[in-house]
Design a protein around this ligand. Sequence first.
Ligand SMILES: Nc1nc2c(ncn2[C@@H]2O[C@H](COP(=O)(O)OP(=O)(O)OP(=O)(O)O)[C@@H](O)[C@H]2O)c(=O)[nH]1
Ligand SMILES: [Mg+2]
Length: 278
Amino acid sequence: MTVTEDFNFETAVKDALHKALRKRGHVNVLIAGRTGVGKSTLINSVFQGNFATTGQGRPITQNTREIKKEGIPLSIFDTRGLEMADFSETLDALKSLINQRSRNTDSNQHIHVAWICISEDSRRVEPAEEELVKMLADRNIPVIAVITKARSDQGFRTEVLQILPLVSNAVRVRTIEEELDEGIVLPAMGLKDLVDLTMQVVPEGLKRAFTAAQKVDIELKKHNPTQLWRGRRLVQQELQPCQFHFLMQSVLYQFKLVCWLVFQQHLVCRLTKAFSVP
Ligand SMILES: Nc1nc2c(ncn2[C@@H]2O[C@H](COP(=O)(O)OP(=O)(O)OP(=O)(O)O)[C@@H](O)[C@H]2O)c(=O)[nH]1
Ligand SMILES: [Mg+2]
């Protein structure tokens, strides 16, 4: 994105967001990444307000929180940082949030896309991030790698795409304007690209919602038979006693026939003897 003199970053992001969201219902984005990479700051920038607590020093966000703004059909789920010590606990919490939401028959409640934030300063992709991307991909959630605090690429974006082949794309973002010690000011960048890319992958999320809806339909059919199935069972229930009755009648009839034949045979023998017919 080229920054010109007349360019208004806030308006551009707002426009992109409104344009992209207009036809897509409510979009839910999950944001995850190591502590301090700038997840909460990114959310505040998207919504242009102070919605999520940010800060330096110790980890800030402790629990997952849905953040949304009046009039914008978008929720971003801010999550606690991926700390190595509590990694499996954090991963389990994310899994249960996704699973619980994907069971909802309303696709507007599903998680449609995830932003995995990796700080450009770190120049590392950790196994934790690889595992997280795999977990999301297994659940058919499109993932965008967000390279935060972007300053100097030096090929890092390409590395990220190679190490995380399951991500849909990687985008470099400088969420807030940064003033270097030398007095050089680096403007915010990449946020509009992130919003645009996100909306491009959202239809995938809707496909997943459709599949989930079909699954629910099958479950419903299993537990709550359709008219046809119910009708068929009804006919079977009604038919079974009739069939049984008919079978018994026929066995009885054949038994009576055999008895009558035996009796006839016996009678013929007795008559033959009585009249001494040779
Ligand atoms: N220079 C610069 N600093 C940033 C940028 N984004 C965030 N920060 C700073 O990084 C620090 C951490 O940001 P947070 O948004 O709190 O990070 P977080 O990922 O939510 O951290 P946890 O809640 O602990 O997981 C804050 O001091 C932010 O001001 C950026 O693009 N550039
Ligand atoms: Mg945070």
